[in-house]
Design a binder for this molecule. Structure first.
Ligand code: ADP
Ligand code: PEP
Ligand code: CA
Ligand code: MN
Length: 677
């Protein structure tokens, strides 16, 4: 130990005698020596009184702080699990890398990319190496004479990293990533701050030609198989050209019988953390037995598509190939594309199994009563399903099967614009370590987020694991719904705050999928724009809307669910003259639906839409329940009401020629359940 030996600032040999001329530094000052004498003189002065560290070097010290992760516990029981357990850890890692190399393989070159696990910044670690066709130890691989130098390099795989590791990757390497005061990771999604539905393409092949919804109103814009492969190759080459890529192996759907294994390959820690939060996180045991994914996303969002490629109309392309079970993302880094892309896949896979996929939030009361919240973006699915008095099953994507409801995801994706801790405490408190905060503005010093600042975008978002909501129901499943709540944010201000619907009306409004939001917050925009999006999610459905509607009708009838239409939008006039209905009032209305008291209320029927509206709701001023009362200018009210009714009628025309389900009466009833005037 060097602890008590002499030392000098000049680093000269301690044996050099005092006062020798050699001891003068270049500037002529005498070197300063510390003396051994202190200890000899019996003084009690020590440099450090604590125990010394058990390391000889700084590197050794650093290595002491990182403990190797505990090996995963082998599962016993099934013969398959016993076999898995028999695999050595090394063999298992090899297989995992082989599977990832296969995912990343070019479809034209003979060998897959050379992949090694771990962070390229940590050179000291011995890497495990794999290529598509063979796995070898590092630097013992046979030379490959492939088509290009890309075959000679390694791509490092950062596999299912933890949030802490992903934070470090993001903050170190991704510009615009910062730690906020509450511990969330603030990040930028780049040029795109929302989805690009017009750039979504679906491969039209023999099967999907017949199965999917194509043409007017459909979100499925066709592309051929070959073009898909061109884009896939572009994405894969881009990803393999990088030093490192992130790979997430996770699950979708909490219903164990219909769980899907998904793999997400991406270039940004932001994307990996986003999906870590949004998909279901496997346990170490589940990950050990993950095997081959059922669906793979190649997210090369920083890299554009090639505009010379057939079907490409911009630099962005989100391509879905159901036969290959793959999705390619080029030219957009908006993370919501991955989440909603997988939702589209579920909208295809689940109905094939007689399971209804739903663009809805879902929660459950203490007594087990389940409610669904349908609605387009910004209508309140996330806000209203996150309810301190109820168990949260999920905020956005669900399945309704013979066994009840299940969440597809493992996290929530909340809008943050104007978020306040008083009005939405559960969402506010979920914005902590692990949460991804997209495109928010924060104080550069304190790192306090200003949720009212829309400088980057109005669509600021927080993605957090569902268990960050204190009363989340884990596992995220529940019994059959009792209430089906359709949310519309009506910026025309003519829909009642709440209406009770019969089954035909529920179907009519479900197929219509209405909302009207204000186009933006800039001045000059006075006219709300009506949006009709079939099944409250036309951007994500894959089959014809009537298929989902028929399933919903059948399930609601069978399980006796009640439909409701709730306007979370304007009251007392349209946007510009009226105001948005207070969230506190909407919550009271929703409370009365859940408790069953609203079912027992007295109802009157409205003009034009023929909606049944209650005369009283506890905690809500009665005069607002019929919108006509809240408008000062009654003539303007009537005009606006007729105008909206007309828009509904026009939108429904295309559905009038479709049969809904097997029951002819239902089709007739649904057609009659719309506005009449
Ligand atoms: N009366 C209301 N009901 C529901 N949300 C409201 C209401 N008034 C204002 N809001 C705000 O509208 C937004 C609803 O967005 P969100 O719940 O994320 O919608 P979705 O999940 O359906 O996309 C939130 O920012 C919420 O605070
Ligand atoms: C993520 C989205 O969902 P929502 O706005 O419905 O929460 C979206 O539509 O991009
Ligand atoms: Ca949504
Ligand atoms: Mn939402």
């Amino acid at each position: 130990m060097a602890a008590n030996s002499d030392f000098s600032f000049a680093g000269s040999n301690a044996s050099v005698k005092n006062n020798s001329p050699n001891e003068k530094g270049r500037n002529g000052l005498a070197k300063i020596h510390t003396q051994k004498k202190k200890a000899e003189a019996g003084e009690v002065c020590h440099d450090d009184s604590g125990p010394t560290v058990k390391a000889q070097t700084i590197d050794e010290l650093h290595s002491l702080q990182r403990k190797k992760s505990a090996p995963t516990t082998p599962i016993t029981g099934t013969p398959k699990a016993a076999f898995a357990a028999a695999l050595s850890e090394e063999e298992r890692q090899k297989q995992q890398l082989q599977s990832i190399s296969a995912s990343l393989a070019s479809l034209t070159r003979e060998t897959g990319p050379k992949v090694v696990k771990g962070d390229p910044a940590r050179k000291a670690e011995t890497p495990k190496v794999s290529s598509h066709s063979h796995v070898t130890e590092p630097f013992h691989y046979a030379p490959t004479f492939s088509t290009s130098d890309s075959a000679l390099k390694f791509t490092h795989i950062l596999y299912n990293l933890s949030p802490a590791e992903l934070y470090e990757q993001a903050i170190k390497y991704e510009k615009g990533s910062f730690l906020t005061a509450s511990g969330a990771l603030a990040t930028l999604s780049g040029a795109k701050t929302g989805r690009s539905p017009r750039d979504k393409r679906v491969v039209k092949d023999e099967t999907t030609t017949d199965e999917l919804w194509w043409g007017k109103g459909s979100p499925n814009i066709e592309m051929d198989e070959h073009t898909f492969l061109v884009n896939r190759e572009r994405a894969v080459d881009y990803l393999c050209s990088l030093d490192k890529v992130f790979v997430n192996d996770q699950f979708l759907n909490w219903d164990p019988n219909h769980r899907i294994k998904v793999r997400i390959v991406s270039a940004r820690a932001y994307h990996s953390l986003f999906m870590h939060n949004m998909c279901i996180r496997p346990t170490p045991e589940e990950l050990e037995n993950f095997g081959t994914p059922d669906f793979t996303i190649y997210n090369a969002g920083q890299f554009p598509c090639n505009r010379y490629t057939h079907y490409m109309t911009s630099s962005t392309s989100i391509d879905l190939n159901l036969a290959r079970r793959e999705m390619v993302i080029l030219g957009t880094q908006y993370a919501g594309e991955m989440k909603k892309g997988l939702f589209s896949v579920m909208h295809y896979l689940m109905p094939k199994r007689q399971i209804l996929s739903l663009h809805s939030g879902c929660n459950m009361g203490k007594g087990g009563d389940v409610a669904l919240f349908f609605g387009l973006s910004g209508t309140g699915k996330t806000t209203l399903s996150t309810d301190h008095n109820r168990y949260l099953i999920g905020d956005d994507e669900h399945c309704w099967s013979e066994n009840g409801v299940s969440n597809i995801e493992g996290g929530c994706y909340a809008k943050c614009v104007d978020l306040s801790g008083e009005k939405e405490p559960d969402i506010w408190n979920a914005i902590k370590f692990g949460t991804v905060l997209e495109n928010v503005v924060f104080d550069e010093h304190s790192r306090d987020v200003d949720y009212s600042d829309k400088s980057v975008t109005e669509n600021t978002r927080a993605a957090y694991p569902i268990e960050y909501i204190p009363n989340a129901k884990i596992p995220c499943v529940g019994p059959h719904p009792k209430n089906v709540i359709l949310l519309a944010c009506d910026a025309f201000g003519v829909l009642p705050p709440v209406s009770k619907l019969n089954l035909a009306q529920t179907m009519y409004h479900f197929i219509s999928g209405y909302t009207a939001l204000v186009a933006g917050t800039e001045d000059g925009i006075k006219e709300p724009t009506a949006t009709f999006s079939a099944c409250f999610g036309a951007a994500f459905i894959m089959l014809h809307p009537t298929k989902y509607a028929a399933m919903l009708a059948e399930k609601m009838k069978k399980h006796g669910a009640t439909g409701w239409l709730v306007n979370t939008g304007w009251s007392g006039g349209r946007y510009g003259s009226g105001n948005r209905i207070k969230l506190a009032y909407t919550r009271k209305i929703i409370d009365a639906i859940h408790s069953g008291t609203l079912l027992e209320a007295n109802y009157v029927k409205t003009e034009v839409f023929g909606l049944e509206i209650p005369t009283e709701v506890e905690g809500v001023p009665s005069e607002i329940l019929n919108p006509v009362n809240t408008w000062f200018d009654k003539a303007a009210y009537n005009d606006t009401l007729s105008k909206l009714g007309g828009l509904f009628k026009k939108n429904f025309e295309v559905f009038a020629s479709y049969k809904i389900g097997t029951d002819n009466n239902l089709t007739e009833e649904i057609l009659a359940a719309g506005p009449n005037f």
